[in-house]
Design a protein around this ligand. Structure first.
Ligand code: G
Ligand code: G
Ligand code: NA
Ligand code: MN
Length: 249
């Protein structure tokens, strides 16, 4: 089980694939875009979860090439979707250590032709823990190009609130751990506070991990209109995106 050594050849052997999970505006009944989620079809071990291999890729220095493959593939595939549907790509904190990250993203947009306004990048607050000034400079550069930036897994890190004021995020993604048990008073309180704070700051909010109609209704009652989760759709292969959009309309 040599995940490290297998990772090195997985890219050139074409073993990665992107799945897509929609963002749903529940009030308008529209899809605003899809999040790209990487999958690894290992020839011997079958599907390996990114939860397992992304941390290893970060450790062994493979996340930079894999991350660029994800960006390039997501932008290229999103070019086939009706405008203005966006694609949202997860960036690892480790990718920010590459001095070329900004130039790489700009080059990929140019090469694929995807308008920057149709690309979103998802970062976690851990990105802002180290070398904050250089990270902020890169994030500002992205935004200047017209790329939108989301804060992912919001509420799971520490000092989350401070980070929101340090950078003009476009959107906050409420972590699924809070959505899972909204009947718990503490969770509902966190969700309510995040929604209130985001709205006061002019930041969009999306709830992740919505699995039931009950969760959907509780979130709607809190004025959270945008959601993502198995209730609406699991992540699906790119070949199913067109049919999903057709069926949703
Ligand atoms: O898709 P799934 O729920 O199995 O993803 C598990 C974890 O892997 C999540 O934390 C998700 O953000 C992360 N992940 C999925 N795709 C990517 C990717 O392309 N890049 C990075 N850095 N993380 C990803
Ligand atoms: O860290 P990030 O938020 O990017 O991780 C997204 C992960 O959550 C992906 O692995 C995706 O497959 C998973 N996911 C998406 N929707 C749901 C859901 O409704 N329930 C659960 N349990 N996981 C979900
Ligand atoms: Na994400
Ligand atoms: Mn998330």
């Amino acid at each position: 089980r040599r995940t490290e050594t297998d990772l090195a050849s997985a890219l050139e052997d074409g073993e990665f694939e992107l799945f897509y999970q929609p963002f749903v505006n529940v009030i308008q009944q529209t899809i605003s875009g899809f999040e790209a989620l990487i999958r690894w079809r290992h020839p011997q071990r079958g599907q390996i979860s990114p939860a397992e291999f992304i941390p290893i890729a970060e450790e062994v220095g493979q996340i930079a090439p894999i991350g660029l493959w994800v960006l390039e593939t997501a932008c290229r595939q999103a070019m086939h979707w009706p405008s203005p549907l966006s694609v949202s790509v997860n960036l690892s904190p480790v990718q920010f250590r590459e001095a070329t990250l900004f130039a790489d993203v700009r080059r990929i947009l140019k090469e694929t032709g995807l308008p920057p306004g149709r690309l979103q990048l998802e970062i976690t607050e851990s990105v802002l823990l180290h070398d904050t000034e250089s990270v902020l400079a890169v994030l500002r550069g992205f935004r200047k190009l017209g790329i939108r930036i989301s804060m992912d897994d919001f509420g799971t890190g520490y000092s989350s609130l401070g980070y929101l004021s340090r950078f003009p995020f476009d959107k906050v993604k409420i972590d699924q751990s809070f959505v899972r048990d909204l009947a718990k008073r503490e969770n509902l309180a966190v969700v309510r506070a995040v929604i209130g704070l985001s709205k006061a700051m002019g930041i969009g909010v999306i709830a992740e991990g919505v699995e039931t109609a009950e969760q959907r209704d509780l979130l709607l009652a809190e004025s959270c209109d945008e959601m993502q989760g198995y209730y609406f759709s699991k992540p699906r292969p790119v070949t199913e995106v067109a049919a999903f959009l057709e069926a949703f309309n």
